[in-house]
Design a protein around this ligand. Structure first.
Ligand code: SD4
Length: 336
């Protein structure tokens, strides 16, 4: 009876042909892809090509963030700002519907860290490879060692940073009013910059996967690794429950086991938004007054295709693409 009423409601809205199916007696909308920041719009487009052809969420989240790894005005891939010694070092992670996961950290001169993370997951008995070992592994898998050096934009930024060489790593807080105070890296063609993209997807078969790739913080200490390649902190997927990915100050996201905490809260019945909010509240409690100087945000999807996000402070947008609405940017709710 209820199902019939629901069908009639959907029909009257002209939505009855959408790909809904039933999970735990709820209507599941799929496929669906979410990714962090406005760079997520382009990344979602690539992911959507996979998802709309009934492809696997894992392939979608890999191909989606590969777009961002190559974008010039984005601080995610090899064009990103270097560490304080002048080297670009990259971190990435990926996780699939079987709880397989792989990650790389402190990886240099490889164009697509996310692909190497997937190879770690699929071709080694390990979860994480770092530094020289990760690079060696990448070469053994057929990846090419790119030339050393910085992109022209990063070169310029680095020279500017060297003038003071002040060690004050700050994560981007994309509140336009705060731009001068907090934006730590370049803004080419008026665009906002990003250090990271995280992506989570639910495919037509109802399976979840997630990915995350980053250059970390501009002008960071050599060897610094954030939350993005750490499974449970920057990214977590449990195919029975949901998927979550974080962005912002990695040290603090690690402190609260951000993405894993969101999954466990969703397992207890919280919506994706409520689960993200609770974890961001924990972070605020820990940081107290210092919270105003950092950003942290988490996006999440549950198994029913519901999604949501929360961030510490105003200015975090994420991109959402579903079958009934176009790829669009949504502003996350914030605590302070
Ligand atoms: C890190 N979480 O390395 C990343 C940075 C980030 O937007 O998300 N920047 O700590």
């Amino acid at each position: 009876m209820l199902a019939r009423r629901k069908f009639l409601q959907l029909s009257s809205l002209g939505l009855s042909s959408l790909p809904f199916s039933s999970f735990n007696n709820k209507q599941v909308q799929k496929p669906l892809v979410l990714s962090t920041w406005d760079a997520g719009i382009n990344a979602n487009k690539a992911a959507w090509k996979v998802l709309r052809n009934n492809g696997r969420a894992l392939d979608a989240v890999e191909q989606g963030v590969m777009v961002t790894e190559l974008e010039r005005n984005c601080c995610v891939g090899l064009g990103a700002n270097p560490d304080r010694d002048g080297h670009v070092t990259l971190d990435a992670s990926i996780m699939d519907e079987f709880s397989n996961c792989g990650s790389v950290a402190f990886l240099e001169r490889i164009k697509h860290p996310i692909q190497v993370a997937r190879k770690v997951m699929e071709n080694t008995p390990h979860v994480m490879l770092v530094g020289e070992g990760a690079q060696q592994f990448a070469l053994s898998q057929g990846f090419i060692l790119e030339k050393d050096g910085l992109s022209p934009e990063a070169e310029k930024e680095y020279k500017k940073w060297l003038e003071k060489s002040e060690y004050k790593p700050v994560i981007n807080i994309e509140n336009k009013k705060n731009q001068q105070a907090f934006a730590p890296t370049r803004l080419s063609n008026g665009d906002w910059n990003h250090d990271t993209i995280g992506m989570i997807a639910l495919d037509a078969a109802g399976n979840l996967s997630g990915s995350c790739t980053t250059s970390g913080m501009g002008f960071k200490m050599r060897g610094r690794v954030g939350d993005s390649p750490i499974i449970g902190a920057g990214l977590f997927v449990d195919n029975e429950v949901g998927a979550a990915v974080a962005t912002g100050q990695g040290e603090d996201i690690i402190r609260v086991g951000g993405s894993h905490a969101v999954i466990e809260l969703m397992r207890q019945g919280l919506s994706p938004e409520a689960a993200c909010k609770k974890v961001i509240e924990r972070l605020l409690k820990i940081k107290g007054d210092q919270a105003k100087n950092i950003q942290a945000a988490i996006i999440a999807i549950n198994k029913n295709g519901e999604y949501g996000s929360y961030c510490l402070q105003k200015g975090f947008d994420y991109a959402v693409c579903t079958s009934d609405q176009n790829n669009r940017l949504v502003s996350a709710k914030f605590l302070i």
